[in-house]
Design a protein around this ligand. Structure first.
Ligand code: G
Ligand code: G
Ligand code: MN
Ligand code: NA
Length: 250
C-alpha cells in the first residue's frame, strides 16, 4: 500500500510533527498540560488525518516505531517549555500490548530529562478486551515509573464501571459525545455528573473533551468536572505556539 510506504519514509526522514492542545483546569483557570497530537503533511496528498494513518500504522505494526518517535518528541518538547506543565501522549492498543512500551517510556524520559510526573499516557478502553491481569500489571509498572495514566474517550467503548475498580487510572477523559449533547439532552448532563462523582470517589481526575462553548464549560464545572479540553480553550497548535499559550512572550 502506497500510504504505508510513505509513512515509513516519513518516519525515516523526520516528516511527522506533533501539535499540542491545552488541558485546562476549571478550578485554577489555567493550562496544566498539553495533549500531543500527531500531524502528517503528505508531500502529495497534503495533510493526512491521524484518524486515517494511525489505524493503518496499527494494522502494519508501524505504530510501535511511530509511537516511540511521538513519545520521544513529546518529552523533548515538554522539557523545553517555559513552565513545568505536563504532556499527554496517546498510546494505541497495539503499542500498549507491546512489551517494548516500558523501555520506550524510560528512554524518552532519560533522553529528554523530563520528570516522569510530567508525562501522562492516554490509553483507550479497547485495552480491556485483552488479558486483564497483563493489562493491570502493565498499568502498575508504568505508574511505578512515576508517569500518569489517563483513560481516553471514556464512555464510548467497552467500559464497564467494574473496570475502574481494578484498573489504576489517574484521570478519566470524558468523551466529547457527552459534551456535545449537554443542554440538548438531559441525560448527557446526568452522565457527566455520575462520572465526575464516581471518579472523585475513586481518586481519579476528570477531563471533558471537545468543549467548544462557554456554557458547556460552566455546566461541566458545576457538575464537578476538574478539567476541560477543546476549541473553547484552543485548537491543537504547533510546538512553537506553546509558550504563547502559556502566557510567555517569546
Ligand atoms: O488530532 P485529531 O485529529 O484529529 O486525532 C485523531 C485521532 O488520532 C485521535 O483519536 C487521537 O487520539 C489519535 N492520535 C493523534 N495522535 C496520536 C498519536 O501520537 N498516537 C496515537 N496512538 N494516536 C494518536
Ligand atoms: O481520541 P482523542 O481524544 O485523543 O482525540 C482528540 C481529537 O479531538 C483530536 O482529533 C482533536 O483534534 C479533536 N478535538 C479537540 N478539541 C475538539 C473540539 O473542541 N471539538 C471537536 N469537534 N474536536 C476536537
Ligand atoms: Mn487522546
Ligand atoms: Na479522547
Amino acid at each position: 500500500r502506497q500510504l504505508e510506504l510513505d509513512m515509513r519514509e516519513t518516519l525515516r526522514t523526520g516528516g511527522f510533527e506533533l501539535h499540542f492542545q491545552p488541558l485546562f483546569s476549571l478550578a485554577q483557570q489555567r493550562i496544566k498540560g498539553f495533549e500531543a497530537l500527531m500531524r502528517w503533511n503528505h508531500p502529495v496528498r497534503g495533510p493526512v488525518s491521524p484518524a486515517e494513518f494511525i489505524p493503518l500504522a496499527e494494522e502494519t505494526g508501524m505504530i510501535v516505531p511511530l509511537g516511540e518517535w511521538a513519545l520521544m518528541e513529546a518529552c523533548h518538547q515538554a522539557a523545553s517549555w517555559p513552565q513545568a506543565v505536563s504532556v499527554a501522549v496517546n498510546i494505541s492498543p497495539r503499542q500498549f500490548a507491546s512489551p517494548a512500551l516500558g523501555q520506550a517510556v524510560v528512554r524518552a524520559l532519560a533522553a529528554s530529562g523530563l520528570p516522569p510526573a510530567r508525562l501522562e499516557l492516554e490509553i483507550t478502553e479497547s485495552i480491556f478486551i485483552g488479558n486483564v491481569e497483563r493489562t493491570v500489571a502493565m498499568l502498575h509498572s508504568l505508574r511505578a515509573l512515576g508517569v500518569r495514566v489517563a483513560l481516553d474517550d471514556f464512555g464510548t467503548g467497552y467500559s464497564s464501571l467494574s473496570y475502574l475498580r481494578s484498573f489504576p487510572f489517574d484521570k478519566l477523559k470524558i468523551d466529547q459525545s457527552f459534551v456535545r449533547d449537554l443542554g440538548r439532552d438531559a441525560s448527557a448532563q446526568a452522565i457527566v455528573r455520575a462520572i465526575a462523582t464516581l471518579a472523585g470517589a475513586l481518586g481519579m481526575e476528570t477531563l471533558a473533551e471537545g468543549v467548544e462553548i462557554q456554557t458547556h464549560a460552566d455546566v461541566l464545572r458545576a457538575e464537578g468536572c476538574d478539567m476541560i479540553q477543546g476549541y473553547l480553550i484552543s485548537r491543537p497548535v504547533p510546538a512553537d505556539a506553546v509558550p504563547g499559550l502559556l502566557g510567555e512572550v517569546t
